[in-house]
Design a protein around this ligand. Structure first.
Ligand SMILES: O=C(O)c1ccc[n+]([C@@H]2O[C@H](COP(=O)([O-])O)[C@@H](O)[C@H]2O)c1
Ligand SMILES: Cc1cc2nc[nH]c2cc1C
Length: 352
C-alpha cells in the first residue's frame, strides 16, 4: 500500500541554470579580484540558481523544529531522560531554547511540530501537534513505526514546508529535538551507507566512552533484528527512523519539489537528508550543509552527501541551531553579490 505517499513521486524543481550563469557573470565583474570572496561567491551563485534570480535573497527564514520520542531510549542510550523532549517543547514555546534565541537574533519565524512524545507537553501556542503516538517503538525488537505513522510523519514535514513556502520564505531550516535521536540517526545512516555502527555512533548529548560502546552494541542488535529488510529506503526509514526524522526528510523532499532552498543542520538533520535523498534523489540539489557537527559520525554522512559544510564550530545542539548560525553569512554573501559596484560602475580598472 502507498499510504497516500504518491506526492513523493513529484519531481524536484529544476535549478535555474541561466540565473546561476548570470550570477556567476556578475561575480566576475564586481570590484574585487576574481574568486577573492571564496565560498561566499559560490553561495551567492548557488542561491541564485535555486531562487531563479540573478539577485538572491536570504532575508526571510522559516525555522521548523520537529520533535518526537524514541522507543530505543529504553535501552539507556542517552545522557538525558526521555522526559526532556516534552520539557524542551515547552521551552521552545516559551522562547527560552537556543534555537528560540537564534531565531529572534536573525529575525526568523519559528514553528514547533510535536509529532508524539512520551510525556504530553499539553497544548501550547506556536506548537502544531500530530500525536502519532507516545514515541516510536523500540527498534531493537520491532519496526520503529508502522506504515501509517511513517507516512503521516513524512506528510507532517511536507505540510510544514508548504506553510513556509506560503509565508514567502527565502530559506527553510528544519530542526529537531528527540532524546535518543543520535542513536536513531546512527542506525539509519549505518543501514543506508552499509557502515558499521561504530563509524556513526558518538556521545550525542554526552555519553562517556562506555556509554558509546553500549550504544554501538544496541545499534548492532537493531541492525541484526532488521537484517534482510533494509534494502528499500522507505522501509529502512520506517524500521529504523523516528517521527521527527521522517518529518525532516518529508520537509526536505517537499522543499525540493517546491524549489525552496534548505539549510541542513547537524548530525540528525544530515541523516534525515540522507534518507530524503535515498527516497527522492532530486532533493540533493536543494540542500546546503551549514555546519560540521561535533558528533563524530557526522563526517561519514557529509562524505556520503559529497558535501562541504560552511562552518566548523564544534556545535552539537541540534534544533536547527547550526543552520541558524550560518544565516548571517548567507545574508552577507547576498549583500556583497547584490550591492557591490562593478568595475564599470566604479570606474576601476579590471584585471589585465
Ligand atoms: O545536531 C547534532 O549534531 C546533534 C548532536 C548531538 C545531539 N543533538 C541533540 O541531542 C539530542 C539527541 O541526543 P541523544 O544523546 O539523546 O541521542 C537531540 O535532541 C538532538 O537535537 C544534536
Ligand atoms: C537540554 C537539551 C536541549 C536539546 N536541544 C536539542 N537536543 C537537546 C537535548 C537536551 C538534553
Amino acid at each position: 500500500m502507498n499510504q497516500g505517499l504518491e506526492w513523493l513521486d513529484v519531481p524536484a524543481a529544476a535549478l535555474d541554470e541561466a540565473a546561476g550563469a548570470a550570477a556567476l557573470a556578475r561575480q566576475q565583474v564586481l570590484t574585487k579580484p576574481r574568486g577573492s570572496l571564496g565560498r561566499l561567491e559560490e553561495l551567492a551563485v548557488r542561491l541564485a540558481a535555486m531562487q531563479g534570480t540573478e539577485r538572491p535573497r536570504a532575508e526571510k527564514v522559516a525555522i521548523v523544529v520537529f520533535a518526537g520520542d524514541h522507543g530505543v531510549a529504553a535501552e539507556g542510550i542517552s545522557a538525558f531522560p526521555q522526559s526532556v523532549t516534552a520539557e524542551m517543547i515547552k521551552n521552545y514555546a516559551r522562547g527560552g531554547a537556543g534555537i528560540s534565541v537564534a531565531a529572534r537574533a536573525i529575525g526568523a519565524a519559528m514553528e514547533i511540530v510535536d509529532l508524539g512524545t512520551a510525556v504530553d507537553p499539553g497544548p501550547l501556542e506556536g506548537v502544531v501537534r500530530y500525536d502519532l503516538g507516545p514515541g516510536t517503538a523500540n527498534f531493537v525488537e520491532a519496526p520503529a513505526m508502522d506504515e501509517h505513522q511513517c507516512a503521516r510523519a513524512l506528510a507532517a514535514g511536507r505540510h510544514a514546508a508548504e506553510r513556509a513556502r506560503l509565508a514567502g520564505a527565502d530559506l527553510f531550516i528544519g530542526g529537531e529535538m528527540g532524546i535518543g535521536n543520535t542513536t536513531v540517526s546512527a542506525a539509519l545512516a549505518s543501514a543506508l551507507l552499509r557502515l558499521d555502527p561504530e563509524q556513526l555512533a558518538g556521545p550525542g548529548t554526552g555519553l562517556d566512552p562506555n556509554g558509546v560502546a553500549h550504544k554501538v552494541a544496541v545499534l548492532r542488535r537493531a541492525l541484526a533484528h532488521h537484517q534482510g529488510h533494509l534494502d528499500d529506503p522507505r522501509e529502512t526509514l520506517r524500521r529504523l527512523g523516528g517521527f521527527e526524522i521522517a518529518a525532516l526528510a518529508g520537509s526536505y523532499i517537499a522543499c525540493a519539489q517546491m524549489g525552496l532552498p534548505v539549510l541542513v543542520d547537524g548530525f540528525i538533520s544530515s541523516a534525515s537528508a540522507l534518507a530524503a535523498i535515498r527516497l527522492h534523489p532530486g532533493t540533493r540539489d536543494w540542500l546546503i550543509l551549514t555546519h560540521a557537527s561535533a558528533e563524530p559520525g557526522h563526517r561519514r554522512i557529509v562524505e556520503a552527501l559529497d558535501g562541504r559544510p560552511l562552518l566548523d564550530f564544534g556545535m552539537r545542539l541540534g534544533e536547527g541551531s547550526g543552520a541558524a548560525v550560518a544565516v548571517p553569512m548567507l545574508r552577507m554573501a547576498c549583500a556583497l553579490h547584490n550591492q557591490m559596484a562593478t568595475f564599470a560602475e566604479a570606474e576601476v580598472s579590471p584585471q589585465k
